[in-house]
Each structure stands twice: as structure tokens, then as C-alpha cells.
Design a protein around this ligand. Structure first.
Ligand SMILES: *[C@@H]1O[C@H](CO)[C@@H](O)[C@H](O)[C@H]1NC(C)=O
Ligand SMILES: *[C@@H]1O[C@H](CO)[C@@H](O)[C@H](O)[C@H]1NC(C)=O
Ligand SMILES: [Zn+2]
Length: 582
């Protein structure tokens, strides 16, 4: 995949965070949820199984399973442990104990609000639960509650790896308490699932890494390659205080020229709902921009009105937006295209005509456009590949007999990975230029005074100063993609080992690159590694009986899935430790 479209990291400044848009982060499983069924099960031809062709398989080459050699004993011993009831009980208790500390984010005033102090008992809990980690690793507390652990390797010439997770959880709305099968902070274990807010997002990632490392130390493992753990504490509310400060601290210690071989943070998972199991680590993230559109004009009594009030003019502008949505292109360089290629190459039940269309789209522009038209019928997929716009706030007027002197709207954009903040600003500026002239408004867009004379004003600006470029795309093919290959081989090895599958058979799991429409803490880590993977080795959708419940009621985590995460982190650390390619 091309990496020439990498964007310069543009990190938000250190100004106070905007009131965090609540729904800024969509359910990460959502993309899979929508896309996989519509592409794999698209009904009418589902019975027509496609026999794999080398031509198709080459659309999405797969690496072999990767199992540690030097660390084979450690892994074998930990595998034996994972199968014991005692270890399972221990892991369940570790996660349940973490869930029982209600570390919700969402307190607006950093440093003032006492509710932030809930992270102190959470830290005490971790140090009691994981004594070997706390004896062996160096811990630095960053900005009071950020946790930065370093497990020093013996070979300083190897780039360290970074495993990230967050301590905070989405608040539980009190009026939904009754809807929980088991109370949200109970950590109740029903013999199969651990229930509660954060059991999956993202205390499973935090406890998963801690459990793996505690156990590896117990087994006498000492790393060659340094391992760093970074746990933020406000990921669900922009991440500025936690990951923002952790990123700065790591730049101070390790430098800012991509010092880490790779980063693994929460993100896409795998799904086993179809004929093929796909693991979909996110290797890209869309950008973000909130545009404040404001119209002013002289006030006056509404008994002598002009033809258009500020509200009327603003309304016309909202119409202009909605009548001119951003065009959606399917770029061959984009991650969504690579994902579709993987689904075509390996999806057991994708209809043949669609597979053929994907194959032809590699060379034919016409086929590519046809493919785009088919895919964007799926609204979720359309939102993923294009820049979106949504008018989310409108405000104006005070009294029925007074002309409104001011009216504004807020337009939220999620920026396509093939675009940029600048391009989005330029698009909006051009979009409203005609109306500014027509209504005789002086026009200022993102700091540029474009026309000065007018009987009123039109101003566009970045509403909260929270714009974010699309994330740099982590390489998934060719030079620079070694970490992606290592991750892929690790996912395959973990999946197969956990199910007792033949490590060399093809019945296991297919790894395909994905992207999310939302951001994780890694938005502060772009210059720390070129290979950033947002991935939980976990079923992204949940099971038939128990949905993942992420960001809603009835969040739960299966004990077996937690053990598989521990196996994943153990295998990942061991593979990274012995690789000389990353
Ligand atoms: C694995 O377990 C065996 C049997 O208990 C033990 O002899 C061996 O030292 C262990 N290996 C490692 C690397 O811990
Ligand atoms: C536009 O506004 C300016 C400044 O108030 C005014 O001088 C001019 O006459 C207006 N033009 C129109 C066409 O209303
Ligand atoms: Zn999360």
C-alpha cells in the first residue's frame, strides 16, 4: 500500500480541550458489523461458493503463522498455564477487580474536579495485583495519573515496542442502570463472562498486557528488546491529559523520530461470524474538523425586516452544505480498497460477480467506479471512504420582536484519509463564497479576510481548535511493513494455537487492514512509530448471546477471550523480542 499520502502529524495544541464531542468515537466494531454481512452474505448469490484462484489470492497476500523460536519454552509453559482452571480464575479476578473501580472519564475540569482522583485507587489496585510487574519494570507517573512502564531490554540497539491501553471508561448513564443484566461496576463473573463497564473497552487491553507480563516474569523471561506500556486516563474524552502528556514524555525519553518499532493500541478486532474469520487491525484513521459557521447583520425591530435575517441566510447555507455533499472516491491507494481486496480474495461467501469486479477494478477505472457505486450503497462504507459532513448544532435569535444579530451552525467533518484539514477548509470556504456575495456579507474564512465590504458578516472557523489530520497510514506491504507482517503472523499463530488448529493449515484466520472513523490515544503518538496498529485480539462484534456492549449497556468480556488476549500479547512480545527485521 502506498505510503506517499502520509500526512504531517498535526497534534492539537495544549489549549484547554473542547467540550468533548460525546459521540466522537463510534463503536469500533461497527464497521465490521455492517460491511462483513453486506459483502459476505449479500444474499442472492450466497450459495455460489467461489473456488480460490491464485489471481484472487494475490490481492491480499497472507504471511505464515509466526511462532517464537528462542521463546518457544516460555510460550509452551504459558500455554499450559492458560489451560488451567487456576490461571483462568486468577485472570478473571484481575479483570473483575479492575472493573470494580469505576474510573469513568468525562469530568470537565482537569485538576479541579475531585472525580479524577478515582485513578489513585486504580493505581494501588494494579500495584497490589501485579507485584512482579511493579518490582521489575520502571514506572513513571505522567501528569499525575498517566502510567508509563518500561521493561528494559538487554540490547539497546533494538527499537523498543509500545503497548498502549487506557484506564478510563465511558460513564454509565444512571437511568440505564436497570438495563444491565449485572450491575455495571460489579465485575460479576457468571462462569463465562465478566460483566461491567470497561470489561472490554479497554480494561481488557490493560489487564491483558499486565497479565502477560506478570506471567512472563514469573516464567523467568527477561527481554532483549525494551517494552514500554503507556496507559492514558481520558481516552474517552479526547485523551489530552493522559495520552497527550504520555506522548510528550515518551518524546522526551525516546525522541520523536519514530523511536518505536511498532505500537499496538485498542481498535479493530476479529469476527468469526462468517465462513471466513477476518482479523482487521486498523492502520489508518480519518481526520476531524468542526466548522463554526456564523452570520451577523445589524439588528433592529422585526416590524421592519430585511428580506433575509441572519437565520434565513444561515439556513440557506445549511441547505448549500446538504445539497453539495463531498464526492466519494474509492482510491486504489486507500485502506478501504485494500480491505475489500482481502474480502474478495478470502471471503468464503462473497458473490462471484463482486469478486470479479474487485479483480477487474485493479486495472479498469470503469470497474473501479462501478465497485465504488456498489460499495457506497453501504452507508457505513461510504462514510469510511469519503469526507463526511453533519450539521450538528444550530443557534440564533432571542426574541420574537427582535431581528437576530447573530446566528451560527456547527458542521462536523470526518476527513477522508486521502484528504486533509486544509483541503476540507478550502472546500467549505469555496462552497459558501457565492452566498456570502449574494447576501452582501463580508467574508472571513479560517482567518483569511476574503471580502471586506458588506452589510453583515460571514465567518468560518475551526470551532474548538480540535482539528486533526487523517493519521499517517501504517505500511502494510513492501519495505517498512515488517511490523505489520510480524503482527499478522502473531495473530495467526495466536488464533490457531488457542483453538488447537494446525499452525500451518489455512483454516485459521485471515488478516486484512482496516481503518476506523474515530480516533484512539494513538493520535498523540504519530511521531513515535511508523507502524501503529489499533487492534484488540478479540471478537469485535461480540457473540450471538452477549454483544460486546462497548459504549452501551451490558458490556461484558468472555473469560476465554481474555485468556486469548493474554496469549496474543505473550506471543507478540516474544516474536518482537527475537525479530531482527523491525
Ligand atoms: C518450562 O517448564 C518446565 C517444566 O516445569 C521447566 O523445566 C522449564 O524451565 C520451563 N521453561 C521456562 C523457559 O520457563
Ligand atoms: C453591501 O453592503 C455595503 C456596506 O454596508 C453597502 O455599502 C452596499 O450598498 C451593499 N450592497 C448591496 C447590493 O446591498
Ligand atoms: Zn477504548
Amino acid at each position: 500500500m502506498s505510503t506517499t499520502e502520509k500526512k504531517d502529524p498535526l497534534l492539537p495544541g495544549t489549549t484547554a480541550p473542547a467540550p468533548a464531542p460525546r459521540n466522537q468515537r463510534l463503536n469500533k466494531g461497527l464497521f465490521l458489523l455492517i460491511l462483513i454481512p453486506s459483502l459476505l452474505f449479500s444474499g442472492h448469490l450466497a450459495s455460489l461458493r467461489y473456488h480460490s484462484e491464485t489471481a484472487l489470492a494475490s490481492l491480499c497476500p497472507q504471511v505464515d503463522t509466526l511462532v517464537p523460536q528462542r521463546g518457544a519454552d516460555v510460550l509452551a509453559n504459558i500455554s499450559d498455564l492458560l489451560a488451567t482452571p487456576d490461571f483462568k480464575t486468577k485472570a478473571v479476578n484481575w479483570l473483575a477487580g479492575a472493573v470494580q473501580i469505576p474510573s469513568s472519564t468525562g469530568c470537565p475540569r482537569w485538576g479541579e474536579d475531585k472525580r479524577w482522583e478515582v485513578f489513585a485507587p486504580f493505581h494501588d489496585y494494579l500495584s497490589d495485583a501485579f507485584p512482579l510487574v511493579h518490582k521489575t519494570l520502571d514506572l513513571t507517573k505522567v501528569n499525575t495519573f498517566g502510567l508509563l512502564y518500561e521493561w528494559k531490554g538487554s540490547d539497546e540497539s533494538l527499537k523498543p515496542i509500545l503497548l498502549a491501553a487506557h484506564q478510563d471508561v465511558v460513564p454509565v448513564e444512571p437511568e440505564t442502570y436497570d438495563e444491565w443484566t449485572h450491575p455495571p461496576f460489579s465485575g460479576y463473573y457468571d462462569g463465562e463472562y465478566i460483566w461491567g463497564r470497561g470489561s472490554s473497552d479497554d480494561k481488557s487491553g490493560l489487564i491483558g498486557t499486565m497479565t502477560a507480563i506478570e506471567t512472563m516474569i514469573e516464567q523467568g523471561f527477561a527481554p532483549t528488546r525494551t517494552i514500554v506500556l503507556a496507559y492514558g486516563f481520558d481516552e474517552e474524552a479526547s485523551g489530552l491529559q493522559g495520552a497527550g502528556a504520555l506522548g510528550a514524555a515518551m518524546r522526551g525519553t525516546y525522541g520523536s523520530d519514530h523511536p518505536f518499532a511498532f505500537i499496538v493500541d485498542e481498535g479493530g478486532g476479529f469476527t468469526d461470524e462468517s465462513g471466513t474469520v477476518f482479523a482487521i487491525p486498523s492502520v489508518a484513521e480519518k481526520g476531524y474538523l468542526d466548522v463554526h459557521v456564523e452570520v451577523t447583520s445589524p439588528g433592529g425591530h422585526s416590524s421592519v425586516p430585511p428580506a433575509h435575517t441572519t437565520i434565513g441566510m444561515l439556513s440557506r447555507m445549511v441547505v448549500e452544505y446538504e445539497e453539495n455533499p463531498y464526492e466519494v472516491e474509492l482510491s486504489r491507494d486507500s485502506i478501504p480498497y485494500a480491505l475489500v481486496q482481502c474480502l474478495a480474495a478470502h471471503g468464503a461467501t462473497m458473490p462471484r460477480w463482486l469478486k470479479d469486479l474487485v479483480r477487474r477494478s485493479q486495472h479498469s477505472k470503469r470497474a473501479l467506479n462501478k465497485l465504488r457505486d456498489v460499495l457506497i450503497e453501504d452507508h457505513q462504507f461510504k462514510s469510511l471512504i469519503g469526507t463526511t459532513q453533519a450539521v450538528d448544532i444550530v443557534h440564533g435569535g432571542v426574541k420574537s420582536n427582535a431581528l437576530p444579530e447573530q446566528a451560527y451552525a456547527l458542521v462536523n467533518h470526518r476527513i477522508a484519509t486521502t484528504s486533509s484539514v486544509h483541503e476540507t477548509m478550502a472546500h467549505d470556504t469555496a462552497l459558501l463564497a457565492g452566498l456570502a456575495a449574494r447576501f452582501n456579507l463580508s467574508y472571513t474564512a479560517f482567518g483569511d479576510a476574503l471580502s471586506k465590504d458588506g452589510s453583515g458578516t460571514l465567518t468560518l472557523k475551526d470551532a474548538y481548535g480540535t482539528s486533526l489530520e487523517p493519521a499517517p497510514v501504517s505500511p502494510i506491504a513492501g519495505k517498512g511493513s515488517e511490523a505489520y507482517q510480524l503482527l499478522s503472523g502473531t495473530i495467526k499463530a495466536t488464533y490457531a494455537a488457542h483453538r488447537g488448529l494446525d499452525l500451518n493449515s489455512h483454516e485459521g484466520i485471515v488478516v486484512a487492514p482496516g481503518m476506523s472513523t474515530s480516533n484512539t490515544d494513538t493520535r498523540y503518538y504519530w511521531d513515535l512509530s511508523r507502524s501503529i496498529f489499533r487492534y484488540n485480539h478479540n471478537n469485535a462484534i461480540g457473540t450471538r448471546d452477549v454483544p460486546s456492549g462497548v459504549h452501551t449497556v451490558n458490556e461484558a468480556m468472555s473469560a476465554d477471550a481474555l485468556l486469548e488476549m493474554v496469549r496474543f500479547f505473550t506471543t507478540l512480545i516474544l516474536n518482537a523480542d527475537e525479530s531482527r527485521h523491525i
